[in-house]
Design a protein around this ligand. Structure first.
Ligand code: MCA
Ligand code: AMP
Length: 497
């Protein structure tokens, strides 16, 4: 019997049953490629990376719009032993400064129209049409990869995640982390060569880049790859697919269209939601309209996927299911660190082969986020029921999840406070029918000053990615504070919801 793959290279090579089968079927303007073709093209790109000085363990920052070629860059990094650092194409120059300085990439691959193209590093370009310097250089390169031998601990990716304090930090993600997760999920969700996954997620995050792509590879199936989520494209493509992965906003938007129904899902066997809480009402409406029970799962950048409702058996709305194979999840008392009883609420801690090695260049922060017995503190708050299903009831971290994208209030508050006329601000998340939570800012003007909301929003747009810019800005005389002088965000949430 062939041993289970422990690296992404083994995963790809062992699970590829039919090299001539499509790995990616591009739609809405994206290109297609076979499994063997993708692997060979990735080898060629890996040679270009190597020719530009990239060595195993080096970081490669990627800021491009979603395309099939961008996925091949990910596979090329795997084959060259480099860690991909995916970056949201909406990030502004200001948002990139810290990341580029921190990651110290030996190479940047960027769309020529995006800020990373001006990075103070070696830059190769790649646009959505497959143009740019990168692929031109790859054309005549060998189709067998450079001689990198991966181990389970080899560095596969570094994904930036923010914190409630301080600047975004790079989570170091290994081949073991991604391979073990892909295998566990493919088995849990029954992925097979006949599967066709509708992929409309962005590829600058764990959900779209690793969960969707690696699970498909592990199952030997194919991706129907669209540039972005779009209801019209989903209505056209979903009937041809067996599975879909998305954030709750995808499903509320589909339900908002009368054409969406059981017929659209006629070939689907599995509809998965994650990255943000799925409302019970969305769950119910989806079941009534299509007959499908959405499968909800829970994960994090630092850990990949942790728990999932089952493929077979009871999917419980409002819960994120039991731990997936190989993952251990416990709920502890925040004061004592001791596990709480069934049905009691506490901090969620996790361990397993999927859990990352630590934060790049931040040994102190890494130490404080792990317990002495090696569990990672998620800063999510939850409870486990008598069947072992986890429910997330809140977050210790001051985090807003808008349309599946994380927004850290502190970063937005700092940006607002630096604007003319502003004394202080507080940023909160309020319920939103489309994004789940919407970013709202509450601002106090300095003495004798006024705040021009339109000008403030324009200034924020220039420095922050669009999804972080508050959807609403309210000016108030003072922020409510408790006896300790801390802003009472809960009161603000009630006032401005
Ligand atoms: C775009 N906009 C947003 C968001 N996305 N505003 C708030 N929240 C958002 N998520 C703004 C843009 O700045 C723009 O504003 C306007 O909406 C239109 O932009 P567009 O790009 O056309 O938006 P969209 O196509 O409607 O995108 C919404 C979306 C997208 C489909 C929900 O954000 C999306 O695909 N989200 C998925 C994120 C994801 O994959 N998360 C997984 C993270 P303006 O016009 O004013 O400039 S990984 C994770 O969380 C863990 C590991 C896990 O468990 O999975
Ligand atoms: P990120 O830092 O982008 O990896 O986001 C991870 C966070 O998203 C988790 O710590 C949770 O707070 C949240 N999250 C992910 N999946 C779910 C889910 N199914 N339900 C509720 N929250 C979720």
């Amino acid at each position: 019997m062939t041993p289970q793959p422990t690296t992404l290279i083994e995963l790809y090579e062992q699970q590829r049953t039919d090299g001539e089968a499509l790995l990616v079927e591009g739609v809405d303007g994206l290109s297609s490629c076979t499994s063997a073709g993708a692997w060979a093209r990735a080898a060629q790109i890996a040679h270009v990376l190597e020719d530009h000085g990239v060595r195993p363990g080096d970081r490669i920052v990627l800021q491009v719009d979603k395309s099939t070629e961008a996925l091949l860059v990910y596979l090329a990094c795997v084959r060259a032993g480099a860690a991909i650092v995916p970056v949201n194409p909406a990030y502004t120059e200001a948002e990139l400064v810290h990341l580029l300085g921190d990651a110290e990439p030996s190479l940047v691959i960027a769309d020529p129209s995006l800020p990373a193209a001006n990075a103070p590093a070696t830059v190769l370009t790649l646009d959505t049409a497959g143009g740019g310097t990168l692929l031109g250089l790859a054309t005549d390169a060998p189709t067998t990869a450079p001689p990198f031998v991966a181990t389970p601990d080899s560095f596969a990716a570094m994904v930036y995640t923010s914190g409630t304090t301080g600047r975004p930090k790079g989570a170091i993600i290994s081949h073991r982390n991604l391979t073990s997760n892909a295998l566990a999920l493919a088995a849990a969700w029954g992925f097979e060569p006949s599967d066709r996954l509708l992929h409309m997620l962005p590829i600058f995050h764990v959900h779209g880049l690793f969960v969707a792509v690696n699970v498909t590879i592990a199952g030997g199936g194919s991706l129907v790859l669209a540039p972005r989520f779009d209801v019209g494209v989903a209505l056209e493509q979903l009937p041809r697919c067996t599975a879909m992965m998305g954030v709750p906003t995808f499903y509320t938007r589909l339900l908002g269209d009368d054409r969406f129904g059981a017929e659209t899902c006629r070939n689907a066997r599995l509809i998965i939601s994650g990255s943000a809480p799925l409302l019970a009402s969305t769950h119910d409406e989806f079941r009534e309209r299509t007959g499908h029970v959405i499968l909800e799962r829970y994960g994090m950048t630092e850990t990949s996927m942790l728990t999932s409702n089952p493929l077979v058996g009871g999917r419980k709305p409002g819960t994120v299911g039991p731990p997936i194979d190989g993952v251990s999840v416990r709920v502890v008392d925040p004061l004592t660190g001791e596990p709480v009883g069934v049905g009691e609420v506490g901090g969620i801690e996790v361990s397993g082969p999927n859990v990352f090695a630590g934060y790049w260049k931040r040994p102190d922060q890494t130490r404080t986020e792990f317990t002495v017995d090696g569990y990672f503190r998620t800063a999510d708050v939850g409870t486990i029921d008598s069947d072992g299903y986890l429910t997330i009831v809140g977050r210790e971290k001051d985090l807003i999840i808008s349309g599946g994208l994380n927004v850290y209030p502190k970063e937005i508050e700092e940006a607002i406070d630096a604007q003319p006329g502003v004394l202080v601000s507080a940023v909160i998340g309020v319920p939103d029918p489309d994004f789940g939570e919407a970013v709202v800012a509450v601002v106090v003007a300095g003495p004798g000053e006024t705040v021009d909301i339109v000008a403030l929003r324009d200034s924020l747009r220039a420095i922050l990615a669009g999804y972080k810019v508050p959807k609403r800005i309210h000016v108030v005389d003072a922020l409510p504070q408790n006896a300790m002088g801390k802003v009472e965000k809960e009161r603000l949430r009630v006032m401005f919801s």
